[in-house]
Design a protein around this ligand. Structure first.
Ligand SMILES: [Zn+2]
Length: 368
């Protein structure tokens, strides 16, 4: 392992427009409509994370890079010709909507290819030993996107595109993808569902998004049988739910798989502040999961670990959660204190609730 921790971002990723759209509760006609950008995916959370890293001094200690967009051949390994052609056509002519909750604006095709390119660049640099590990601030996100249909703010499957490009090039043979975004990584699951060379694990709030997706029983199919693991967690689970799921399932399963690299779908929407979830995780939860996966990567694949940004919709929480994660990844302490941390530590489930959710996680661990 060599080099510094990489940080991959590009100003243009902040320019993707999710349209004048807000993911709102169905209250139509009774209350004033959401202001544009209200609960929708917006560049603000990502930009504020990068800005916080700049003012804290963390950014200057990282190897900062951008990357070329993912190539056409990279996109075609994952997505259907029809979908890519239709996405490009609509993107050129002002934007539109081709799936479920995934609107886009003028030029989003090129920005989405760049977002996937950042993930591909980060994975490539870590596989080549140029960077010790890396964080890609990809936007738009990718983990809900299917081969032929965008979903949930995701218009290209960034991580799948990146992983498949490097598998095709022979730079890796086995990849573990760990998804801690609070929503089910259904796109990543579907794309690799029949594959034994890519282990997909998703920890998510039970029955959040997409509906009827992410059940424990979905374990993969054919050659992929046993290589998909869903860990649905109960609302309000907090830090202990994530800590125990890591200990009982994620860490042992990734170790047993012995990947060449671990890629994380890093959403910060399990935070207690997030408008699109109910999990009560804190910045310390994400830092803990980062340290755990760094230890697994050290043990199994010479430390090769790449985190690719996914969801996270609180403009206050995402910067602190992301900062704690990236500081942990770099092993760097710039002395930044998360002012929201104490509030969430106070609101965690009590011992009886923790025991109950540990029982549920134990049942899943034993059934694997
Ligand atoms: Zn999410």
């Amino acid at each position: 392992m060599g080099g510094q921790t990489g940080f991959w971002y590009d100003e243009k990723c902040f320019w993707h427009s999710g349209g004048n759209y807000a993911l709102v509760l169905p209250v139509g006609g009774y209350v004033q409509p959401q202001a544009a950008g209200g609960l929708a995916e917006s560049p603000e959370t990502k930009r504020r994370l990068k800005n916080l890293m700049e003012v804290s001094g963390l950014l200057s200690q990282l190897d900062i890079r951008s990357a070329p967009p993912a190539k056409d051949e990279d996109l075609h390994r994952i997505h259907t010709n029809d979908y890519l052609a239709e996405f490009k056509r609509l993107s050129d002519s002002g934007g539109g909507e081709l799936g479920e909750h995934a609107p886009f604006g003028q030029g989003s095709y090129e920005i989405a290819a760049l977002s996937a390119g950042l993930a591909k660049g980060a994975v490539g640099a870590v596989l080549a030993g140029e960077q010790r590990n890396a964080y890609a601030l990809s936007r738009p996100p990718g983990h809900h996107c299917l081969a032929s249909k965008p979903m949930g703010f995701c218009v290209l499957a960034n991580i799948a595109i990146a992983v498949e490009a490097h598998l095709a090039a022979g730079a890796a043979n086995k990849v573990a993808i760990v998804d801690w975004d609070v929503h089910h990584g259904n796109g990543t699951e579907a794309i690799f569902y029949e594959r034994g060379d890519v282990l997909t694990i998703s920890m998510h709030q039970d029955n959040n998004f997409p509906p009827a997706s992410g059940g424990f029983e979905a374990r993969g199919q054919g050659a992929g049988e046993g290589f998909n693991i869903n860990i649905p967690l109960q609302p309000g689970g907090g830090h202990d739910a994530y800590s125990y799921a890591m200990e009982r399932i994620v860490v042992p399963q990734v170790c047993a798989f012995a990947p060449d690299i671990i890629v994380v779908a890093s959403g910060f929407d399990a935070s207690g502040f997030d408008p699109l979830s109910r999990m009560l995780a804190s910045s310390e939860t994400f830092a803990m999961m980062t340290r755990e996966l760094m230890a697994v990567a050290d043990e199994t694949c010479d430390g090769r670990l790449v985190l690719v940004h996914e969801g996270g919709y609180s403009e206050a929480a995402v910067p602190f959660c992301g900062h704690a994660t990236i500081a942990a990844l770099g092993g760097i302490d710039v002395g930044l204190k998360d002012p929201t941390l104490e509030r969430f530590q106070r609101q965690q489930p009590n011992e009886r609730m923790r025991a109950l959710q540990r029982t549920i996680i134990d049942e899943m661990a034993e059934a694997i």
